[in-house]
Ligand binder design. Structure first.
Ligand code: ATP
Ligand code: MG
Length: 386
């Protein structure tokens, strides 16, 4: 079976690697170069988008910022999973917020802003502090502002107005003003839904961000009630979208309550641990869902930590001396802050994982892997046997 992925980055690459044993052949459409490529070898095929879509059995996506005309070609084919409505909801925070409300899942209070008077109306309605996020093209914390005090409002509006005037979008830009949530931690849920409406979800993953970018994800057995709460929200959102494929929900946890922060209509960075820690990895389950194959078990096989490699193309090979430690490079050229690869480390239990996570952190330079050593220490304090 031939599967065409919109986007030719590491997510398409890891789909291709996971699809090979199932005889699922993955090619990718590079949105930037307008070329059809092999996402592992980067070989370019002499095919245009329309022909590639026509030849594919299934069309899917690895990211949400696909130009609308490209999505239209995919949607028209009748074999685009997840559908264009789901991709658009992931790529536009206005649609995302409306979806969360329509699905009845808790999320941070918000207002949509397009001008100065709406900006001040949002401050009055929601109070301070506020997080302001561009509706379009936001990722990794880009296009975001924090407004803490009324005295800073005028300067923040000046920044936002300049951003909106300078943005090159074919779609109208807007800002979503959101209440600042004082969360206890951030967690995410990755799961899959098939065309029959069946769903499976992985255990909740605890996420640590540095400068708005995911740095560490930890997959441990989650409290049953919290897992249930997340699964209900997942099912509600996925059903509303008639979703097929892997979907990720990012949450703020406040006490025992989850609020959805955002959704990602695709395999997700916080699900990379599933390559070593789950019975079936998220990439295989995504392909199974879109190809109409039975979904695989999402059981946690062993507690696992994932560490992102950001802006570096080398790590000490000694990390491979750590038992159950696996290195995944994406074959990309080095750029500051760029997601270059990740490391998964597993243990039979949390205590063994804590030892190995500490050993891993000790091999990663602290100026390149910001806060990873601190996260490892906190984790060890919680789980290491004394
Ligand atoms: P990505 O797509 O990489 O996950 P993003 O740029 O789409 O990130 P968000 O996930 O919305 O942006 O925000 C980035 C981070 O900023 C969050 O993980 C969280 O730490 C913080 N944040 C976002 N919204 C809020 C909020 N309403 N209250 C408190 N913190 C927030
Ligand atoms: Mg996010």
């Amino acid at each position: 079976m031939n599967i065409l992925v919109m986007g030719a980055g590491q997510l398409a690459r890891m789909m291709a690697l996971a699809g090979a044993p199932l005889n699922l052949k993955v090619t990718a459409y590079d949105v930037n170069s307008d070329k059809i490529v092999d996402p592992v070898s980067n070989q370019v095929f002499a095919l245009d988008l329309a022909n590639a879509v026509a030849q594919a059995d299934v069309v899917t996506s690895e990211f949400e910022h696909i130009p609308y005309p490209v999505q239209e070609v995919c949607q028209q084919s009748g074999k685009f999973f997840p559908n264009s409505t789901a991709i658009k909801a992931g790529g536009d925070r206005r649609q995302e917020k409306q979806l969360l409300d329509a699905a009845g899942v808790a999320n941070a209070g918000y207002r949509i802003i397009t001008n100065e008077s709406e900006f001040y109306a949002a401050i009055s309605a929601l109070g301070l502090p506020l997080v302001l996020k561009s509706a379009l093209a936001g990722y990794d914390g880009k296009g975001q502002w924090r407004l803490k005090t009324a005295e800073d409002a005028a300067a923040t509006w000046t920044d936002i107005a300049a951003f909106m005037a300078g943005a090159e979008h074919t779609l109208p830009q807007a800002i979503v003003a959101e209440q600042f949530i004082r969360f206890d931690r951030e967690v995410s849920l990755v799961g899959a839904r098939n065309a029959k409406g069946e769903t499976v979800v992985y255990p909740l993953t605890e996420n640590h961000h540095v400068n708005g970018v995911l740095s560490v994800s930890m997959a441990l057995p989650a409290p049953e009630d919290l897992q249930q709460q997340a699964k209900q929200m997942f099912d509600a959102v996925a059903a509303k979208l008639d979703y097929v494929g892997v979907l990720a929900l990012e949450f703020f946890q406040v006490g025992d309550q989850l609020l959805v922060n955002e959704i990602a209509p695709r395999v997700h960075n916080s699900g990379h641990w599933t390559q070593q820690g789950a019975d079936t990895c998220q990439f295989e389950n995504h392909l199974r869902a879109v190809a109409g194959l039975p979904l695989g078990s999402t059981a946690l096989v062993r507690p696992t930590v994932m560490v992102n490699i950001l802006g570096e193309d080398h790590v000490d090979a000694a990390v491979l001396n750590i038992p159950s430690c696996h290195l995944h490079w994406y074959g990309k050229s080095k750029r500051p802050g760029r997601k270059m690869g990740h490391i998964n480390v597993c243990g039979q239990d949390n205590a063994q994982l804590a030892d190995r996570f500490l050993a891993l952190a000790a091999l990663l330079p602290t100026d390149k892997f910001l806060e990873v050593a601190d996260v490892a220490k906190v984790f060890a304090a919680r789980h290491q046997q004394s």
